[in-house]
Write a new protein. Structure first.
Length: 256
């Protein structure tokens, strides 16, 4: 019998901060994060925008550790949107290379923590070297069960729905499915990551109050929390704060 893999515990926060004591049903299963404010953080310090993205890497890593500590099972990070291609060529080039290097340098750490990495996004236009690193990270971590980290690279909510409809249309044309058989449940099978659970908590940093085309289908009943902290200044305490806000809300899912 093969030896069971030993999972490393998340590191403690440098301040000694501990997660709030909440009941299990008050902890969101799936948290989606829009990592906003990198550019403004850098501008305030007279630094290039790329410096903000670099500083934001530590925030995501700390949030992964904090998610494990408090018991979140799925975390989705908006790393590069389909709209981000409109940014300057230099910034796009940096972000592509940065995402590639983060996957390369951090996948072993994520694997040791028991984190399963999953790429979610559109293959079209995505650098082959970035896709290769994402696929390698997926393969390395595919058996992990502590936390699923969805790296949403070249992702857009509208693009995902359009691509799903395109796939369904092809399936109808080839008579694999009938139009009248389409339901919300089997529509979701055509999304980029059918196994992704619905988002419980949607967190955005920087104080901006919009979803920016992120996980539109999956976030239909998510609780929205917008915090006025620039992403490089965020860490696991930011996540825990959002979860405390989430825990105070009553989720009715359309019921009275």
């Amino acid at each position: 019998m093969a030896n069971k893999k030993k999972v490393v515990a998340p590191t403690a926060h440098w301040t000694g901060a501990k997660p709030p004591k909440l009941k299990p049903d008050q902890i969101p299963n799936h948290v989606a994060v829009v990592m906003d404010g990198n550019g403004r953080w850098a501008k305030e310090r007279g630094m290039p925008r790329t410096a903000g993205h670099e500083a934001g890497e530590a925030s995501l890593l700390d949030m992964v550790h904090g998610a494990i500590e408090i018991g979140v099972k799925e975390l989705s990070a908006y790393a590069f949107s389909t709209e981000n291609w409109r940014r300057s060529p230099d910034e796009v080039k940096f972000l592509m290379g940065f995402n590639r290097e983060v996957m390369r340098s951090r996948r072993d750490e994520m694997n040791d923590l028991g984190v399963r990495i999953r790429w979610v996004g559109r293959e079209q236009k995505l650098w082959s070297s970035v896709l290769s690193e994402l696929r390698e990270a997926e393969e390395l971590t595919k058996s992990n069960k502590v936390l699923t980290l969805n790296m949403c690279v070249n992702y857009g909510g509208r693009a995902e729905i359009v691509d799903a409809i395109t796939s369904i249309s092809k399936a109808i044309k080839s008579k694999k499915i009938k139009p009248e058989s389409i339901t919300e449940k089997n529509f979701a099978k055509y999304l980029y990551s059918p196994q992704m659970s619905d988002v419980d908590l949607f967190l955005r940093s920087s104080g901006e109050q919009r979803t920016s085309n992120f996980l539109m289908w999956q976030s239909a009943y998510a609780e929205m929390v917008f915090l006025d902290v620039l992403w490089p200044d965020a860490d696991r305490r930011t996540l825990w704060n959002a979860i405390e806000i989430y825990a105070e809300r009553e989720r009715r899912f359309g019921k009275a």
